[in-house]
Design a protein around this ligand. Structure first.
Ligand SMILES: C[S@@+](CC[C@H](N)C(=O)[O-])C[C@H]1O[C@@H](n2cnc3c(N)ncnc32)[C@H](O)[C@@H]1O
Length: 257
């Protein structure tokens, strides 16, 4: 499959994806991710690359923190949307259409962000190896991955569907309905192993939405409840066993010097 064939299905779902951004669970996701990124950003960091930038939400956060951001995505429609949003926000972010499998850059970056992208590529470990070549020594990679364990929990608790929970136990493939895309979830162990093989050392592991996805949706639209849940999630994101069952794993890995 070529890059433009791979981009195809992502290209068609920009508006649907953008509409989801108004949901409280999207808000919770980005608030948690930004708080976690905020913990690892340092004043010496100057440049950031985002791979599979989607709608550019994280790009704008990083640019607001003073970083020179380059946003990339395989789907031209995502890049166009993100560039428009950045311009409207008055943020100078560089955008390029690029496949994470083959992307090459002239200068190494202080930070590379790859959030919820490896699920859709054929060779995730190859993407990490490729990204590692664009990271400066001691630079950080922020990697977010779907957690297969959380999918079993969600089926059993939130959906109250024990049959589906059992079926998901040994199933890594899932369907990302928002973009009508088949995807694959990886275990924490696999991700840590790839990072290690690519010369990156895991320095932080955060859980993202540890218990939130197990709670019925009804209270999630109440802003006061949302704030309480955010406080709880921030606390649980660094604690075992909550971080291990979170909907997403957020790993911060440092490139060995
Ligand atoms: C679920 S979205 C995540 C967007 C963004 N990282 C975020 O967290 O808001 C996945 C994105 O990865 C992009 N993508 C998928 N395969 C890619 C590849 N091989 N190279 C670059 N981007 C890719 C898609 O076009 C889509 O925008």
């Amino acid at each position: 499959m070529t890059s433009s064939e791979r981009a195809g299905s992502f290209d068609h779902y920009v508006q649907q994806y953008a509409a989801q951004m108004d949901e409280p669970w999207a808000d919770m996701l980005y608030q948690l991710l930004f708080a976690q990124l905020g913990q690892v950003l340092t004043p010496t960091m100057r440049s950031a690359l985002t791979v599979g930038c989607g709608l550019g939400t994280t790009d704008r956060f990083l640019a607001e923190q003073g970083l020179a951001v380059t946003g990339t995505d395989i789907a031209p429609a995502m890049v166009e949307f993100s560039a428009r949003q950045a311009a409207e926000a008055g943020l100078a972010i560089t955008y390029r259409v690029q496949d994470a499998m083959t992307a090459r850059f002239d200068q190494p970056f202080d930070l590379i962000v790859c959030h919820n992208v490896l699920e859709y590529v054929d060779l995730p470990e190859f993407v990490i190896a490729n990204l590692a070549t664009s990271l400066r020594s001691d630079g950080l990679l922020s990697l977010v991955l779907h957690n297969p364990t959380a999918k079993v929990l969600k089926a059993a608790v939130f959906n109250q569907d024990p049959e589906r929970a059992l079926a998901l136990l040994d199933q890594r493939e899932f369907h990302y309905e928002l973009m009508n895309k088949s995807a694959r979830a990886y275990t924490l162990k696999e991700a840590v192993n790839w990072l290690h093989l690519c010369g990156l050392e895991v320095v932080e592991h955060f859980g993202v939405r540890t218990l939130y996805d197990l709670i019925p949706n009804q209270p999630k639209y109440d802003p006061a409840w949302h704030q309480q849940a955010l406080k709880m999630e921030l606390e649980l994101s660094k604690r075992s066993p909550f971080q291990e069952i979170a909907m997403f794993h957020h790993l911060i890995a440092r490139k060995k010097g």
